[in-house]
Design a protein around this ligand. Structure first.
Ligand code: SAM
Length: 287
């Protein structure tokens, strides 16, 4: 009989959030695959679990997926956990799960904490439709391009973010999405838990580049309203937004040609169209 692969959610801070079912599975499996064995050992020790552990991460997951697949076929029951929260959610594990499914192994989820769910339900923003976008790119150009793609989505937007990037992300979000309602949920389930709610401009000020921000955080931003959504990426205010971004880049030292090319890329516009919009914007201004 082949074994079973359990995907086990673990706490995102408060250890009391480990569910009784997770505890039971972790105590009974033959092997626990962890992102970081030393990190998970702390959790297991706390609950007196002595199961064997093996590491898997971004760099060895392909190979581990093969190895674990064979162990599962040989009848071993295996649990995968990540450092915190639900494995596979902005965490590795997907390759292991798909390899197991390909081999016909039974895969059982053991649900529990996930930072984005906790943040969304306490944010005060509508949870009926949401778009979980994971981590935004670290570089401004790529980050703005993704925000631009997300702009017309009529659902609450949810992001994971690092403390050293929150100021830049809030600034980009404000520029690309406009002054929408948002929340930053920090250190959820931990001693310094905080949910800062307000407009993007208020939050950008609160988490400005000078302020020291610590902890893990989730950023939630309200979705596009009907008009924004209908207008889509190439909205009526595209010329104004293009012009604003071009002048921002020029003030950062880009020459006007390069600024236009860069701004066009960020806004997902073809170069010729961007040029046409700039001309239209100039005409609009001179009237
Ligand atoms: N798999 C995890 C989950 O289910 O939430 C997410 C892992 S991802 C590598 C780590 C990110 O999740 C952090 O950078 C932060 O954005 C978010 N996060 C994790 N724990 C958190 C917490 N206690 N409070 C707020 N955000 C948290």
């Amino acid at each position: 009989m082949p074994g079973t692969l359990f995907i086990v959610a673990t706490p995102i801070g408060n250890l009391e959030d480990l569910t009784p079912r997770a505890l039971c599975v972790l105590g009974e499996v033959d092997l626990i695959a962890c992102e970081d064995t030393r990190h998970t050992r702390g959790l297991l020790n706390r609950f007196g679990i002595t199961a064997k552990t093996i590491s898997y991460h971004e760099h060895n997951e392909r190979q581990r997926a093969e190895e674990l697949g064979k162990l599962l076929e040989a009848g071993n029951n295996i649990a995968i956990v990540s450092d915190a929260g639900t494995p596979l959610i902005s965490d590795p594990g997907f390759r292991i799960v798909s390899a197991a499914i390909k081999r016909g192994i039974q895969v059982i989820p053991i649900p529990g904490p996930a930072a984005f769910v906790a943040a969304l339900i306490a944010s005060g923003l509508p949870p009926d439709q949401f778009f979980f976008a994971g981590f935004l790119p670290a570089r401004t150009t790529a980050r703005r391009a993704i925000l631009e793609e997300l702009r017309p989505i009529p659902a609450t937007l949810v992001f994971y973010e690092a403390p050293h990037r929150i100021a830049a992300t809030l600034k980009d979000a404000l520029n690309v999405l406009g002054d929408r309602t948002a929340a930053v949920a920090r250190e959820l389930t931990k001693v310094h838990e905080e949910i800062a709610r307000g407009s993007l401009s208020e939050l950008a000020q609160r988490f400005s580049a000078g302020a020291r921000t610590r902890g893990e955080m989730v950023l939630i931003i309200s979705g596009a309203n009907k008009t924004e959504s209908r207008a889509g990426a190439k909205s009526e205010d595209a010329p104004a937004r293009l012009a604003a971004r071009v002048s921002e880049l020029e003030s950062e030292g880009f020459d006007s040609k390069l600024a236009l090319r860069k701004a066009a890329r960020e806004l997902g516009l073809k170069r010729a169209e961007a040029y046409r919009l700039m001309v239209a914007q100039k005409k609009r201004r001179s009237k």
